[in-house]
Design a protein. Sequence first.
Length: 539
Amino acid sequence: MKGRRPPPADPRDPVEAGWASRGGVLVVAGPDGTGKSALAEALADRVLAGRPVRRFASRFGALPARPNARVATTTPHAKSAYPAWLSAVKVGYLFADYVVGWFVVARPFMRRGGWVIMERGWWDLAIDPRRYRLGSSTALARRLGRLLPDPTLTMILDAPADVVGARKAELPPAEIERQLAAWRAIGHRSRHAVLLDASKPLEQVEAQAASAIRQRLGAAAEGASVDRHWVHLPPGRRTRWTVPTDNRRAATTGLRIFQPMTLRGQVGWEVTRLFAAAGLLGLLPPDAPPAVLEPLARFIPPGGTVAVAHGADAEQAVALILNARGVATHFAKVARDPVGRTRLEREIAALAWAAPLLPPPLHPPRLLAHEEGIAIFEAYAWQSRLRPWLLPAELADAIGRFHRSGRPASGDPTRGPAHGDFAPWNLLRVRQGWVLVDWEAAEEATTAFSDVFHYAVQAHALLGHPTEATILRALDGYGPFGLAMRAYAEAAEVPLTAARTSFRDYLVRSQDQLDPTKRHWSRSIEARQRLLRSLEDGR
């Protein structure tokens, strides 16, 4: 069944804002006699009135159920437990039903603004296994439950055992007290759960539930909270990335803050994404909230969070801003020191003059907003590249045309604009073409071939490809990188015969711009010195 489109929301009301943007899953839990069905009905009829709602009792029913399998509510523990093997099979089947139901039934409905209300929920299996005849499979139910997506809010109905027993006497007082204690432990432990006083009249319990939903959505509307969990990667080493772990999709998407450039990096990145999708990153030691959280707060959508890549300088970072669903909405650069702010201002200024000159399939990043120390860009869903050190001829042609298009009408015909840091890691392959990022080193007038030289030398120094011999052969237009050199020369309208002289000038000039005290720059300097010696030896 398709949910009705929710009515317009008041953006000042966090509950209305949450309802308008998407729905959620509410679990009503607790022992028999606490009033789960009555509260679920009140939520559907009054608290969520006017919103599309679907109710489920203990399971989604995405997979077929055995006829007459429903437990009699008056005698929930009447039947004996299944054998251990059959009990484990049932837990596995119910787990599969929950997973399929969540992703096939509940999530599409939530995305249309619908609200799912489920009585009991998954954890009822672990707390009241006799109801489901599970016997010895309680531990398995607990382990599998940790892999399931968290509902928006689990409302646990709590009351004194004698009050619950007076309402429904199907269970002995000791069992009621045991279940109440188990549910209280979950309520105190989980950040997605709240305890409601079920000894009160229904109207008051309903008001408690409405307030809990409001607080939950209100907290999300305030942006990424410092109570969220982050981990830093790689573990045990200098922090390069900080990734959120509260939301599995956010954790998985957050890893896109890093674009792997080597085979080893791509394998590690894919494995880490699998861990994130399974919720296993949460097992790593938690990290402190990233420092960029506060300056970016007003750019983070309600309920959103950030993944951060930390630069070599502690005061500079880039962040991927994620919404409540874990979808990337923006890409941000943050600089909290004078040097970083100067570089950021230089990039913003460069985009103003360079963006109109850049021809397709190259595209500049779309700048959405900026203020002192912060630049907000559109986020891009980039695609992995197996051999990123190879420069496609079409991109060499485009960057050559860029150099030619900004060339002054009078003056040296070989000088023109350049990106300045045209390298594999600054190119994002997207559906519409290629996005070229990081423009802080852009120059309005420099010698031809600078960008293709930089691409080859930086890839050679930091990725190991192309080889030294491949680069030197390319200066005469030979080999796989020679195709890119010829495409650039033709597009920039400069003779390929000038490449060797220009390459020598580039190697000398670019060394002076690198800091030898920084590890990755020292490798770049050493690579330039080797290439310069080989060039002078005539290899």
